[in-house]
Design a protein around this ligand. Structure first.
Ligand code: ADP
Length: 157
């Protein structure tokens, strides 16, 4: 049986840190579906379709990864795409508390879906989407934090 994981998040935008999680995830799973959660309460930089376009551009040559938007429960989205696993990345102690709570809630909602959390290599710990958005808004160079060849400006509408 194919091992499929979803990698859920906001991905506003998808960063080098996210790319590292996917790279490690591909060692464990046959396919990864990056789930772009549509969150109405967060003020975003990129509209959902541009978040998807960016991720699709990163994985144009990698058929094992695709990006899909979702606006339902993460465990229901996992079911929908036939995934048995939820992949998440862990940077620090703040992430830890949050990820543990999410894991427990999702476990209660659907015990058949396992959460797998991967540690971030130290050089990527400081990268966050909110940090990248801030740098972008103040006119700084975001390319050191983005996947190779990705210019954030190409996706901002
Ligand atoms: P959310 O809004 O759900 O936190 P994000 O898009 O910020 O969504 O992050 C999605 C996942 O990627 C989360 O598990 C988060 O911890 C992880 N992540 C974010 N940045 C990094 C990073 N630099 N290294 C590893 N994991 C990361």
């Amino acid at each position: 049986m194919e091992r499929i994981a979803i990698f859920p998040g906001s991905f506003d935008p998808f960063t080098l840190g996210h790319q590292m999680v996917v790279a490690d995830g591909l060692k464990l799973f046959d396919r990864i579906v990056v789930g772009v959660g549509v969150n109405t309460s967060k003020q975003g930089l990129l509209p959902t379709e541009q978040r998807l376009a960016l991720i699709e551009d990163v994985y144009r040559a990698e058929p094992r990864v695709r990006a899909v938007a979702y606006d339902n429960l993460t465990v229901d989205f996992a079911d929908q795409v036939g995934a048995g696993y939820i992949l998440r990345g862990l940077r620090n102690g703040v992430d830890f508390e949050f990820e543990r709570n999410m894991m427990q809630l999702n476990q209660t909602l659907n015990a058949a879906i396992m959460t797998v959390v991967l540690f971030t290599p130290p050089e990527y710990v400081a990268i966050s989407s909110s940090f990248v958005r801030e740098i972008y808004r103040f006119g700084g160079d975001t390319t050191p934090f983005m996947p190779d060849g990705i210019q954030l400006n190409d996706y901002v509408k």
